[in-house]
Design a protein around this ligand. Structure first.
Ligand code: J2J
Length: 544
């Protein structure tokens, strides 16, 4: 399971050779990087977890904790290639667990704190995970109860580890032990972890990233964003997500020897307080949060003068909002357009303001190949918009164990079909103009309509359902479920439909924001439900 190729397609030898020769793939592992930094500057602060009592980890301490946990995992039979679903919020234990797993070559499967029984059970069974790591209670929700239910449904799951009070499971604190020698760690070309895809299909696909490819994207991100040992980065978004992890994110900061500060809640009061107290220099936000911060900063009494750079990405950031950020927060803005599958674009620190507020940046690497094509995969004329295809030294060649989906998601010569509609400017910057994939981008949180439609279809009164996005001033997009009731079925209220989805056990952001009952869906020429027509019907405001 470790070597790409077995469970997922990998780069052809010719490309791998080229990426190594260019110095992109340096033969480092993520666990090895932490060890090196801990040796070079053991007493520097790597990590600050401010809540509830301020805890800190020096590089040496984080490295030692990772070693001790790694030894404990091994002692419990968890080893190289094993999958472990990690669902931890922004707390110090997230880092201890992830680095421990990386060190022994077990693969973290990154779940989000918001995921519930349906998603977690799928991750556990699909990856044949041997362990699942949870917090005790987070945001008022008891993850130990969730873990018990998942365990009942997933007999292959051998361990549940809890950060905090374990209830009936095993406390993480009990796992660690003295390592008995060096670990047989992963090789740089092997898989490091499985990241979640935004998804367009009934079940989310998993993204296999290697040490070599991921560290290249992180190193490139550090250079572009000016991350160094003095960087103090606030992790506001869920740490497991690719953006706060790697663009340049907590891994970029640890790579450079800086300090990662964890933010328990993204609201301005919490975040601004931490920026002031911890002298934070950099952070990454999704557009709705950037809006809230921009509105709150001018009137606030917090000292935000340490802040040098805010990255905004994950969803389209409007030019109007982008223009307001720098004056309001008193720092630089970088737009970032990335994807967990690989390709990440940044505006540059030396780009002029017009470029920074009107484009979503250009690729990290000179070896990121970009194509903008029409529906027949032919290149569109320069400057026109089309489908973005990409291939390169940190973009996957296929999903984990999903060969059929790969045939649609990649071209025959290995370009990833991003599903994004972009236009390229003469400077090579990309402007995101829209989306061709069936996905809702709810303020950076991705929803696959098919996943929600399948849940709605399980309701006894529902004959058919179609979930589409509707424009929203704050989130950019919200979700609307069109529902056709079965003939003779009791009328349903929108609230009952939402509750049904929630109780099915999915992340709260996937519950439809709006529900509308209709007699029929508009169809395309070939008889498929026309999402485009549904979307434009939803844009007529008098309908709500
Ligand atoms: C418009 N759409 C965007 C942007 C992502 C850095 C930043 C973001 C992600 C991410 C990431 C966008 N404007 N600035 O992994 O490392 C939409 C596109 C894209 C999809 C990917 C990173 N930035 N998007 O958002 O895997 O549709 O990664 O294809 O969650 O988000 O989503 P995801």
């Amino acid at each position: 399971a470790l070597t790409p190729g077995a469970d997922s397609p990998t780069w052809p030898a010719e490309f791998a050779g080229r990426y190594r020769a260019a110095g992109h793939w340096r033969g480092e592992t993520i666990g090895g990087v932490l060890r090196e930094r801990a040796t070079a500057h053991p007493d520097r602060i790597a990590l600050v977890d401010p809540a509830p009592g301020r805890r800190t980890w020096t590089y040496r301490q984080l490295d030692e904790r990772a070693d001790r946990l790694a030894a404990g995992f091994l002692a419990r039979g968890i080893g190289k290639g094993d999958r472990v679903v990690v669902q931890l919020p922004n707390i110090g234990e997230f880092f201890e667990v992830v680095f421990a797993l990386l060190r022994i070559g077990a693969l973290p499967v990154y779940a989000l704190p918001a995921h519930r029984e349906t998603e977690i059970s799928h991750f556990c069974s699909f990856t044949e995970a041997v362990a699942y790591v949870v917090p005790d209670v987070h945001d008022g929700y008891d993850h130990r109860v969730l873990a018990s239910r998942v365990r009942e449904r997933t007999p292959g799951l051998k361990h549940v580890f809890v950060a905090g009070d374990p209830g009936g499971h095993t406390a993480l604190a009990e796992v660690e032990c003295e390592p008995s020698g060096p670990f047989d760690g992963p090789a740089p070309h092997e898989l490091a972890f499985l990241q979640l895809s935004g998804g367009t299909t009934g079940v989310p696909k998993l993204i296999p990233r290697t040490h070599d490819d991921y560290l290249y994207s992180v190193r490139g991100s550090d250079e572009i964003c000016g991350v160094d040992a003095d960087t103090r980065f606030l992790v506001v978004l869920p740490a497991a997500h690719n953006f706060p992890a790697s663009s340049p994110g907590w891994l970029g900061v640890l790579y450079a020897g800086g300090t990662v500060v964890l933010c328990p809640e993204p609201d301005p009061a919490t975040a601004f307080g931490l920026i002031e107290r911890e002298r934070v220099t950099m952070t990454g936000l999704v557009p709705p949060l950037a809006l809230v911060w921009t509105d709150a900063a001018p009137g606030s009494t917090y000292d935000l003068s340490s802040l040098e750079l805010v990255l905004v990405g994950g969803a389209k950031y409007s030019e109007r909002a982008a223009r307001r950020l720098e004056p309001a927060l008193g720092c630089r803005l970088t737009q970032v357009f990335g994807m967990a599958e690989g390709l990440v674009n940044y505006t540059r620190l030396d780009d002029d303001t017009e470029t920074v507020v009107t484009t979503q940046g250009r690729p990290i690497s000179p070896d990121d190949e970009i194509r903008v094509v029409d529906d027949a995969d032919e290149d569109v004329p320069e400057g026109e918009s089309g489908h973005l295809l990409t291939r390169g030294p940190y973009t996957i060649r296929g999903y984990w164990r999903a060969p059929e989906h790969d045939r649609r998601a990649f071209t025959e010569d290995g370009f990833y079909r991003t599903g994004d509609i972009v236009r390229r400017t003469p400077t090579g910057h990309l402007v995101v103009e829209g989306r061709a994939k069936d996905q809702i981008n709810r303020g950076g949180e991705k929803i696959a309509p098919e996943e929600i439609e399948n849940i709605l279809l399980a309701h006894p009164s529902v004959h058919d359902a179609s979930v589409v996005s509707v424009p929203d001033a704050y989130l950019g997009e919200r979700s609307l479920a069109y529902v056709i009731l079965r003939e003779g079925a009791e009328p349903l209220r929108p609230a009952a439909v939402k509750r049904f989805v929630r109780e099915h056990g999915v992340a709260a952001h996937k519950v439809p924001d709006l529900v509308e009952f209709v007699g029929a869906f508009p169809r395309t020429g070939v008889g498929k439900v026309s999402k485009r027509h549904l979307r434009s019907a939803a844009e007529q405001p008098e309908k709500h």
